[in-house]
Design a protein around this ligand. Structure first.
Ligand code: GRF
Length: 308
């Protein structure tokens, strides 16, 4: 799709990116400006983990910006006459990510591995879970990532309140929140504090087979039972309901004639791991742009005039 046809008049908030004039510009999320210390309750710092009061501060002030090629209109009259575009390099600050999980955390793992191997211009700084013993939380502890319990346990003994969670994520200077198999509804306080900055992955082609009650194997069972010939993961921004936020990316897999729900789940999960990493790469490189009607699009890295 041509940028000119679909975009207009946004103004970036990030000072690290030059303002792009017509025909299009990008919508960025606000960035933290200070390096405060963390003094939160209910945080687990596994042995060998960095402590945010020290290391996070260092990371904020020294995180290496990545050079990214961007296309933009050339403002010189000469170039305009010739209809040229200038490909210029811009620098993008490394992003801080919070991942929310309730289960095994295989999507969390693939995102963490991509950041470790450098394909992702972001780091997972904190893991949030409602199940402190789940596979995802264990993986976080083994990899020196602090674990936060949210929401509060029923007896109130453990876990953060919504406003404490927002404050804690702010103190970690989290830029983006990635839900990866987190089964609790996200409180409105968090959605307001992280507008257009929370993603979820769902294992069906939304809006089909989504909403309350559609989670885990239930989704795949319903897909197989429906006779649908295709399924696949959807990544969407999160609003205050289950699975209804704006769709950002999807990938299609076939549903085979003799598929079990488990076989379909495995096929979809394989795609989830790739798709989530690709989308988070775009997020961290500030390649998500918002169409005028509120639909988010991903700007292609190879050809910045293409959006999908
Ligand atoms: C995935 O299928 C995801 O789409 C859904 O929950 C599952 C989480 O799997 N939201 P894992 O914990 O990442 O392995």
């Amino acid at each position: 799709m041509e940028a000119q046809q679909i975009l207009s008049g946004f103004c970036p908030k990030s000072p690290s990116i030059p303002i792009v004039k017509h025909p299009f510009s990008l919508k960025f999320n606000s960035l933290p400006s200070s390096c405060p210390s963390i003094q939160s309750l209910n945080l687990e710092f596994p042995s060998g983990a960095f402590h945010p009061t020290s290391t996070a501060h260092k990371e904020v002030c020294s995180s290496s910006p990545r050079r990214i090629w961007c296309s933009r209109s050339n403002s010189t009259a000469e170039a305009k006459e010739e209809g040229h575009e200038v490909r210029s390099q811009v620098t993008v600050r490394k992003k801080k990510l919070a991942v929310f999980v309730s289960g095994g955390g295989s999507n969390f793992r693939s995102i963490h591995e991509a950041s470790k191997w450098g394909s992702l211009h972001g780091d997972v700084h904190v893991l949030v879970t409602n199940k402190s013993e789940c596979g995802g939380a264990e993986y976080a502890r083994n990899n020196g990532i602090p674990v936060i319990l949210f929401p509060k346990a029923k007896d109130g003994s453990n876990g953060l309140s919504p406003s404490d969670l927002v404050n804690t994520l702010r103190r970690f200077e989290v830029d983006f929140i990635l839900l990866a198999g987190y089964l609790k509804l996200i409180p409105v306080e968090l959605i307001r504090a992280y507008e257009r900055s929370i993603l979820n992955i769902h294992p069906s082609l939304l809006p089909a087979f989504g909403g309350k009650g559609y989670y885990g194997m239930k989704v795949h069972k319903a897909v197989v039972a429906s006779g649908a010939r295709f399924s696949g993961p959807t990544i969407h921004f999160v609003d205050e309901h289950f699975d209804t936020g704006r769709i950002l990316a999807q990938r299609v897999v076939p549903v085979l004639a003799n598929d079990t729900a488990e076989e379909l789940a495995a096929r979809v999960l394989k795609e989830e791991h790739q798709l989530y990493v690709e989308v988070v790469e775009a997020l961290c490189e500030e390649r998500i742009i918002w169409r005028e009607d509120g639909v988010p699009l991903i700007q292609s890295k190879e050809n910045p005039k293409e959006f999908h």
